[in-house]
Write a protein that binds this ligand. Sequence first.
Ligand code: ZN
Length: 416
Amino acid sequence: MSAYFDENETQSTEERLARQGRRMRRMLREGSRKSKRFKAILDDAGIDPNAFRFPEDMEKMPVISREKLVEWELAEPPYGGLDDPDAEIDRIFISPGPVYEPHLSEDDPLWARAYKAAGIRKGDIALNAFSYHMVAAGLTFHNGLRKVGATVIPSGAAGREQQVQLIRDLKPTVFSGTPSFLMSIIEKAEELNFQFGTDFRIQKACFAAEPLLPNVRETLEKKYGIDTYTMYGATEVGDIGFECREKRGWHLCEEVYVEIVDPATGLTVAPGELGEIVVTRFNSVFFLVRFGTGDLSRLIAEPCPCGRTSYRIDGIAGRVGEAVKVRGLFVAPSQLRALMKAWPENALQIVVDRKDDKDVLTARLFCATPLSDALTEKFRKNFRETCTVGIDRLELVDRKEWDIQTPLIVDQRKWG
Ligand SMILES: [Zn+2]
């Protein structure tokens, strides 16, 4: 077994939790000594770092949103008082907000696990088309590629024509960047009369920062023969998850602890249920615990055939504000759109109301042709499988009554 697919990745859940618990307690002890703000957060939550039970006590600490972090950083620049003021920091990244992030050390294995899982290794030449300007992306992805032994072309945000020229001259085997940028480079190459699949050597692409749409993935893999992988992270906490060769969800990185929580309460939800991705990165410099990404996903607790024992998360189902909660479970627009892929002739609206202190979910299915009882039953079943919650009332409506203005989700509940 080589580095970045190390023994940590195949540990049992108990071993992993024991290791992460040790790191968490160390972070709490150091943080409470070095950062007044962090100490105050722990005191408010009634947490004694020496008596901290992991992971049970995580829920006692508040979730810190990006907005909150920006507010603290504005009040107390540059890191909102969450840092160790005496720490040696290699780099400071800047992202919109502005949010400042101390990048701890170039020894950090950021993204290395992801590239390793994608099969990138010594001998590969990677075109790293993530921006190197101010933000963390370019340099942290660059470091990850170097950690697995690849040669890196730091093409960053160079224009499309120049990227094509680099691909032609330097023959990279890997593209690292966003899917839309790769598609746009391919388009440019074709304009310049190159056959992207045969004239060039790019065999793999590792994507982050935007969703890889299924049709784009299919085009890249089938038409251009590029094996694609996606990675997930947030600028405030670094890498969070990555795809292995199975490409079914993102394995969680060993350097972070990820919780899927109900944004209203900050409490974790059961595996399989939708909630906000909340991340803590173990470190001794920047004491940001329970960072709320605002992204919705669900935990996959089943083991993966690749041999990694880490839990996975199931892609991004949407942003916290877009989803609606029905009987304690989130239903996100992306789930409804995924469901409707199997019902392409039809359109959907869900209406959530409250009756006798219970949530009532009405699905209005706008049908092009009347549905048989069997198909209606199938729709209910599909709905439950995709969205976890079931339909209470199903209304079949003429397709003509739907138009582009029809909202997908309507919440008619009145609270308080
Ligand atoms: Zn796997």
